[in-house]
Design a protein. Structure first.
Length: 140
């Protein structure tokens, strides 16, 4: 089976608030939106922001109340870019979970939560390449 992810869907409380965070913070524009969902076309996958009650109805189960045991990541080209993106995300309604610093394994990263508490790692890893389309290639 092909190794790929098609869509990551986040349950959100307020679409306008999410649109501001992802639009002003990351600079992304929705590819589609209606009164229940926003879709952002990414580099090979789609990120969805779906109103929590609608996502619960679609899945047929309640969403967990606590933040999940995961993080999403957005890699950038430099340490300075980590700080700049984190600043924009905070200005767009996010909050710093962990200030940017250099982990023991190298690189530079920090964490910001979106308005619905989804954690985003903003990272620079000098061993990983990012092409013009934003595709990240794993490297050690």
């Amino acid at each position: 089976m092909q190794q790929q992810i098609s869509i990551i869907t986040l349950g959100v409380a307020d679409l306008a608030r999410s649109k501001r965070f992802y639009g002003e913070g990351f600079g992304w524009s929705p590819a589609f939106e209606n009164e229940e969902i926003l879709f952002f076309q990414m580099n090979g996958l789609v990120l969805g922001c779906f109103l929590k009650p609608s996502l619960e109805a679609d899945m047929g189960r309640p969403l967990l109340a606590a933040a999940g045991a995961y993080s999403l990541a957005h890699n950038v080209q430099s340490e300075a870019a980590v700080l700049a993106v984190m600043d924009r995300l905070v200005q767009a309604g996010g909050r710093v979970v962990r200030p940017a610093d250099a982990p023991f394994h190298g690189g530079f990263r920090g964490y910001v939560a979106d308005p619905d508490d989804h954690a985003w790692e903003i990272a620079f890893n000098p061993a990983w390449t990012i092409d013009a389309q934003g595709h990240v290639t794993f490297g050690i």
